[in-house]
Design a protein around this ligand. Structure first.
Ligand code: FAD
Length: 279
């Protein structure tokens, strides 16, 4: 197996100073894996944006490449222009450009409705300064009118200037391979990096997956349910199935792996150790 598969690791901005301290030590451990970049999520509608900036700038000061996520829904062009300028001033070179989801109760979608409009805006404002990542959905976005529409929406983001994509997490290898084939058939040539969600708690994962449209295959669900509250068995089986998925992805030529760390070092470290990606 190749030991050269590049990895990247995602965090969410911590809500408290204790959370920020914990993330610092998480990051110090995960830095040993030499990821290409750490990305930091961004809440549409304003709530967590200041914490995203703080986390991104701290990562940058530590000497790592930081890739802020930037969502456009609910924002004006002026607001996004100001954020881009701030990132440019701080030497940020990579952005994960998203539409985002409005928090419930927030009605105004803002001036840019879909991620392809954000990508085009970033390119128009900043030329080739940023490497732009966009989201891809091997099991299709839950709001997509049809798989074909979703694929064409993905193509629009690439045509607007995205350099590469990170997928929503999935546990069906065939969904990724099929999506990649469909992209190739449409002439989409950018790297599509699988997003990997380690499994540490099945009940949380099940709730989260229902909301974002990622399927937990029946055989996995049944097996996890059979463990009840036995968290050691859940973790052990989770590590087996996700490392097996990653091995198959690497063997199938995935251009990298992007880990949704959930701000924990252990699960991503354990997976990378299994995969021989620790140095
Ligand atoms: P888009 O690509 O704009 O697509 C959204 C939906 O609209 C799709 O169903 C698409 O088919 C459809 N669509 C696109 N264009 C059109 C059109 N012209 N007409 C009609 N329909 C259209 N969310 C956050 O809030 N913060 C984050 O930091 C964050 N990080 C993420 C990172 C990754 C790697 C991924 C995969 C998701 C992330 N998300 C984040 C979630 C994401 O914001 C949601 O999935 C959101 O619902 C869609 O964002 P998008 O950029 O994929 O949207």
């Amino acid at each position: 197996m190749s030991t050269k598969t590049p990895i990247s690791i995602e965090f969410f901005p911590p809500q408290t100073s204790e959370g920020a301290d914990k993330l610092r030590s998480t990051r110090a451990k995960l830095a040993e894996l030499k990821p290409e970049f750490f990305s930091v999520t961004f809440g549409a509608g304003g709530s967590t944006q200041a914490r995203t900036f703080e986390t991104v700038f701290e990562i940058r000061r530590e000497g790592h490449e930081a890739a802020p996520h930037l969502s456009c829904i609910g924002s004006t062009r002026d607001q996004i222009r100001a954020i881009l300028q701030r990132y440019k001033d701080e030497g940020i070179r990579r952005i994960v450009a998203l539409r985002g989801d409005l928090p419930s109760g927030v009605g105004d979608p803002g001036e840019l409705r879909y991620a392809n409009e954000l990508v085009a805006f970033i390119r128009a404002e900043t030329g080739s300064h940023f490497h732009i990542e966009v989201a891809a959905y091997p099991e299709y976005h839950p709001q997509a009118r049809s798989p074909r529409d979703d694929l064409l929406a993905f193509k629009r983001k690439v045509d607007a200037g995205a350099d590469s994509a990170i997928t929503q997490y999935f546990y069906n290898l065939d969904a990724y391979l099929h999506f990649r084939d469909e992209c190739t058939a449409l002439g989409i040539g950018v790297p599509i990096v699988p997003g990997i969600m380690p499994i540490v708690s099945f009940s949380k994962l099940a709730r989260f997956s229902d909301a974002c449209g990622a399927e937990i295959p029946r055989w996995m669900r049944r097996k996890f349910e059979s463990f009840g509250d036995d968290s050691d068995s859940i973790k052990a089986f989770g590590l087996d199935v996700v490392s097996d998925l990653c091995e198959k992805l690497i063997a199938a030529g995935a251009p990298g792996l992007h880990f949704y760390s959930m701000n924990q070092a252990g699960p991503t470290m354990a997976l990378c150790a299994r995969l021989g990606l620790t140095n």
